[in-house]
Each structure stands twice: as C-alpha cells, then as structure tokens.
Design a protein around this ligand. Sequence first.
Ligand code: SAH
Length: 206
Amino acid sequence: MLAVLRRRGIVSGTVLDAMAEVPRDLFVPEHLAELAYEDGALPIGDGQTISQPYIVALMTEAAELKPESRVLEVGTGSGYSTGVLSRIAGHVFSIERHDSLAIAARRRLADVGYLDNVSIVVGDGTLGLPEEAPFDAIIVAAAGPRVPEALKAQLALNGRLVMPVGSAAGFQQLNCIVREGETDFRTEVLAPVSFVPLIGAQGWQR
Ligand code: SAH
C-alpha cells in the first residue's frame, strides 16, 4: 500500500508512517479483510464506505498536521481515517451521524489503543463542535454542496479545512481552504473525488 501511495505522490514522511502504522484490516468487515490493503473504498454498513487509502493520505497531508494540532473530523465512518489522524495530531474530535457506526468505530479505536487522544461524538458534523473550537485542521469525509459556514467559523487562523464539494451523486472536487484572516479564506482544489453525501443542517437535506 505504501508503494502505491508514494507512486501517487504522497511525500510526507509523517503521513506515510501513520498509514503504515494503522492496521486497516481491523477497520473493514471481516469478510473483506483480505482487501484491506488494496487502494480502494469498501462498504462498512449503513450504506457508508471506508475511504480509499490514497484519499485518506491526500487529505491528511493537505491538513499539514503538527503534534500539537487539534483536529475536527466530520464523518467517522469505520474510524480508520480517525486512527490515521490520531497518530500525527495532538487530539482528534470525530463526529458521526450514525450512532451504530460511531459505536463500532470507538470500539475498534479502543482495541488498537488509540482512544487516548480521540473523542468520538454522535451528531450533525455540519455544525462542527463549537465547544471545542478553534481547530487547527478540519477534515470532512463526506461531500457537501458548499463548505458549511459553521466549520469555517471554527477554523483557527492559518487553519486548514479539507473537504469534497460538489454534487451528491459522487462527482466532487477535494478542496483545501486555508483561513488567512478573520474573514479571509483561500481555496485550493486538490483532486476530483467521489464521496458519500454529507447530510445535515449545512449539507444535503437527504
Ligand atoms: N473516513 C471514514 C469514511 C467516512 S464515510 C473512514 O475512513 O472510514 C462518510 C461518513 O460521513 C459516513 O459514515 C456518514 O454516515 C458520515 N456523515 C454524513 N453526513 C454527516 C454529518 N452531517 N455529520 C456526521 N457524519 C456524517
């Protein structure tokens, strides 16, 4: 898997180390474990998917995490990307709207010993987590029609928000938004991607 990530352009040593450390086979359904180290998305129940390793690496690299970073993740899913983020950042708050997925993710993260710097919250991630803001990085693992204003408001100065924006039908652009001032945001487009929809007050209405 690491060879594929390098070939596709991931250069950050910290990101590659984190991808090497997290056992992805423990985050996919047992009958799909033999596919865990292929570079593809896989179903995890509730109509949701565990993200493709390359996309997890790309989003993590774009977030430019530091050991002290406080990170908000929207869309815990299997908990795999949460685990990757937790190997690099200081603390990861991850919000999931399906409580069944949140419970399973929390259990897996506990099993691999990653819960010390991870908090899993059930709720609508389009509203962020105002009580824990500001965040040095916000990673949204589901695609919305636009970047939620609530999330922009919870981004620290020089913080980075990585999120797929576009249609609900699986064609989106991965955006990286950098907060350069109180009301000043710069957007970079990273790659075309295909994510499940972000459903919530500042996302799709279902
Ligand atoms: N990164 C995850 C994959 C996430 S898939 C992994 O590595 O496994 C996207 C997830 O976003 C799904 O689990 C979906 O239920 C969740 N989701 C969609 N809209 C949401 C919202 N408004 N708040 C929180 N989670 C949301």
